[in-house]
Design a protein around this ligand. Structure first.
Ligand code: NAD
Length: 296
């Protein structure tokens, strides 16, 4: 495999494009927004520079990685020569179904269609294509260049040789693949999101403050980041939509999103990407400050 198309140039899409390009693949990176594509290339350049300054890669590898990426605003043109498409667009079912219909119409018959969705059913996404046996979940973790895991999700119809191809490809990227089946939240988010939701509930019910909740989980459970800071990092809108998928998918009230989380998403306090969530993220500041709303 040589030609990879990545759809969506946001937080995850730029990271996925980065790791493929760094490992010698030709990457077509697609987004509806040219501005987002420009930001993605700037982010990838910064991240590659950091790797060079740490001695993790040479400046030649950096240059060749950047040369391996071309950007597109037209999905049809970008998927034409792809052997694998990895979709990492906004977490929205209708949007993804629409994107997969378009990919299916424009990509070669042999092309494997992967999605980086955090929670949407792979089987459902596969059902709008003419090749459900070639549709698979390839769930990278954030930040993609750093995190080792790729959760590979078999849809109901995914063929074994497609799974094996994606396992091998993940290893070529220096990642550790882990294969799971297609049920709501897969494994990563089925376990992570109820923990984040419980942390938000603890704050909502006044059991403890933001810093206390995060400190207990960092120091008590050896988590590198507390659940509220992690939620800010993932994006509170992404957390909410995953909890809704778990809630609807299992029909179990234990997954009901905390009303505080719902309010924060409605108020567009989405965490790092909007500059405020449980903490505030001032440009250029490395200090983690609890948001004014949650100060005691
Ligand atoms: P994001 O909001 O940062 O980026 C999404 C991008 O998709 C945006 O740049 C948007 O312009 C683009 N987009 C929207 N519609 C499009 C279309 N029709 N064609 C092409 N591009 C389009 O989102 P993200 O956090 O990068 O999440 C992307 C996917 O990765 C989601 O499915 C999410 O669930 C999953 N994911 C996110 C994380 C995380 O920590 N953020 C982790 C694992 C998986």
């Amino acid at each position: 495999m040589k030609n990879i198309c990545v759809i969506g140039a946001g937080t995850m899409g730029n990271g996925i494009a980065h790791v493929f390009a760094q490992n010698g693949f030709s990457v077509s990176l697609v987004d509806v927004s040219q501005d987002q594509l420009n930001k993605a290339i700037a982010t990838i350049t910064n991240n590659l520079d950091r790797q060079v300054s740490k001695g993790a890669i040479t400046s030649e590898v950096k240059e060749s990685a950047l040369n391996n990426i071309v950007t597109h605003t037209s999905l049809a043109a970008a998927v034409k020569n792809a052997e694998l498409v990895v979709e990492a667009a906004t977490e929205n079912v209708d949007l993804k179904l629409n994107i997969f219909k378009q990919i299916d119409e424009n990509a070669a018959a042999s092309c494997i269609l992967a999605t980086n969705t955090s929670s949407i059913s792979i089987t459902k996404i596969a059902s709008v294509t003419s090749r459900p046996e070639q549709v698979i979940g390839m769930h990278f973790m954030n930040p993609v260049p750093v995190m080792k895991l790729v959760e590979i999700i078999n849809g109901y119809a995914t063929k074994k040789d497609v799974t094996n191809t994606i396992i091998e490809l993940s290893k070529q990227l220096g990642k550790v693949p882990c294969v799971v089946n297609d049920y709501p939240g897969f494994i990563a988010n089925r376990i992570l999101m109820p923990m984040i939701n419980e942390a938000v509930y603890s704050l909502y019910e006044g059991v403890a403050g933001v810093e206390e909740i995060d400190t207990v989980m960092k120091l008590g459970m050896a988590h590198p980041m507390g659940p509220l800071q992690l939620a800010d990092f993932i994006g509170l809108d992404v957390c909410l939509s995953i909890l809704n998928v778990l809630h609807e998918g299992f029909g179990n009230p234990k997954y009901a999103p905390c009303p505080l989380l719902v309010n924060m998403v409605t108020a567009k306090k989405l965490g790092v990407k909007t500059g405020e969530g449980f903490y505030t993220y001032a440009k250029g500041s490395k200090e983690l400050m609890v948001s004014e709303r949650f100060k005691k």
